[in-house]
Design a protein around this ligand. Structure first.
Ligand code: C2O
Length: 482
């Protein structure tokens, strides 16, 4: 053997070993990056789905035939050449383009009222592509209902659903996840009580869906938590591939199941409060996607709002059916930016006049709202903040405190060093206070401490430590009555 062939065979051996170790997962730095611009084309308006009504089921209720079909569909999607605009890579790039894309003229679809309808249309397109690949017009993607409480025979919602585990020969597996099969999400962050609290509090269109400048209610809380849990271990400063960063999030099959659940909560909201009057600006938002027939179609907020007739799917209830309690509860502008520090920071709030006086009560129709504005985090770094009202000594370890009124899991927009400019994420949040806390605020005439506690994970993954550094800024919180 010559020296040269020896070297070559050594190299081959090393490469093979690396493949086995990483289960075929290229190191994140080897992921091809550059432009995530979608294939160009001339779009025509989506004409409405002509097919049968499809039924999206909880992943925990699929039978083995349905699971096999789901796996086959994702396997076929992964096998499409990346030049195909329906391909796996192309799907990931669509998400990248609309959130952290390299073209800053594309508006971000996350921290505003595009969040709910954009993802609804995006999921629809993927569902139709998968359905076509397995030749089943009734094919529907499943949802991961992390908020469903365990019932006999239907447990483990806070862990990654078993069909998505395994190794890369399972098309639903993603080698970039940081979770293990036994990693369990925090029930207080994503469980039934948290979701019910959000649904109860967000009892107007604007509070639930947001506005052109205000984030939708579900975006910062459970939505962000699940992303970071799966892809980032909520380890601040460790931006990872796939679920942990928006740039690559939808390359993980779990993304679709996670977002199907977020999308289902839109329906749960409508079941609770009735169909809202969707503002024209909300209905007229539009964006383009390549569909199952490789046609470029323009979808709108209106298509999303008319799910049953335009997109033709509905949600089957989860096992045990999580009841939504019908108890409406209580719900501005000047920024002096403050930088967050790793230690909790307390602000005294002043109530801002909104023409409504404090009068809290079941039927008063008023909300007491903590406004957090211009919350800005670096594009390549996750941030987790807990917001306490009237709890000046709050600390990172308090997870079950009744004065903990919101958790913000801010998902980074891109992986460091990938060359994407990424959008400067700046969010406005309205946190509607639960009635008991609102009453305390009312008593203090709006002058209460609001304490912002940055949190990091401990080596065991528990969110209870102070981070080493925090690169988040925000305006001083203030209170309104709305
Ligand atoms: Cu487009 Cu869950 O993010």
């Amino acid at each position: 053997m010559t020296r040269r062939t020896l070297l070559v065979s050594l190299l081959v051996l090393v490469l093979a070993a690396a493949q086995v170790l990483g289960q075929g997962c290229p190191p994140p730095s080897n992921i091809p990056v550059g432009s995530c611009a979608p294939k160009a084309g001339t779009a025509t308006n989506f004409a409405g789905d002509p097919g049968p009504m499809r039924v999206r089921k909880s992943i925990y209720t699929l039978n083995s035939t349905e699971l096999a079909e789901l796996r086959l569909a994702f396997q076929k999607l992964r096998a499409l050449p990346s030049t195909d605009p329906r391909s796996w890579m192309a799907q990931g790039n669509v998400h990248c383009w609309y959130c952290a894309g390299d073209n800053s003229t594309i508006p971000d679809v996350h921290g505003n009222w595009a969040f709910m309808p954009w993802h609804r249309d995006y999921l629809y397109v993927l569902e139709k592509i998968l359905g076509k690949l397995v030749n089943n017009p009734n094919f529907a993607i499943p949802y991961w209902d992390w908020n469903t409480p365990d019932t006999p025979g239907c447990t483990g919602h806070l862990r990654v659903p078993p069909p998505y585990l395994g190794s890369t020969n399972n098309s639903l597996f993603d080698c970039y996840r940081v979770v293990t099969p036994t990693s369990t999400m925090s029930n207080s962050s994503v469980g039934a009580a948290r979701v019910t609290q959000i649904l109860n509090a967000s009892n107007t269109f604007a509070l639930f869906f947001g506005s052109p400048t205000v984030s939708a209610a579900l975006w910062p809380g459970p939505h962000g938590y699940v992303h970071l849990f799966v892809g980032n271990s909520v380890n601040l400063n460790v931006a990872k591939q796939d679920m942990g960063v928006l740039e690559t999030a939808s390359r993980d099959p779990l993304f679709w199941a996670h977002h199907a659940n977020i999308d289902r909560l839109w329906d749960v909201w409508v079941a609770k409060y009735g169909t809202p009057v969707y503002p024209t600006g909300f209905l007229n938002q539009n964006w383009t996607f390549w569909n199952q027939d490789q046609k470029l179609l323009r979808f709108s907020g209106g298509d999303a709002a008319n799910r049953a007739t335009r997109l033709k799917y509905r949600y089957a209830p989860p096992c045990g059916e999580a009841p939504v309690q019908a108890t409406p509860a209580p719900p501005p502008k000047p920024p002096e930016m403050v930088s967050m520090t790793p230690q909790p920071q307390t602000f005294r709030t002043e109530a801002k006049a909104t023409g409504r006086t404090f009068k809290i009560g079941p039927n008063s129709g008023t909300h007491v709202v903590v406004n957090l504005e211009n919350v800005t985090a670096p594009a390549d770094e996750a941030a987790v903040l807990r917001v306490f009202v009237n709890k000046p000594n709050a600390n990172a370890g308090m997870t079950e405190d009744s004065h903990l009124v919101q958790e913000l899991f801010i998902v980074p927009g891109r992986t460091p060093g990938t060359g994407h400019a990424g959008h400067q994420h700046s969010f406005n949040f309205k946190i509607v206070l639960p009635e008991a806390i609102a009453a305390e605020v009312e008593k203090a005439k709006g002058n209460v401490p609001v304490t912002i506690v940055p949190v990091a994970s401990t080596p065991k993954g528990v969110l209870s430590a102070a981070p080493k550094q925090v690169r988040v800024k925000m305006a001083k919180p203030y209170i309104t009555v709305e």
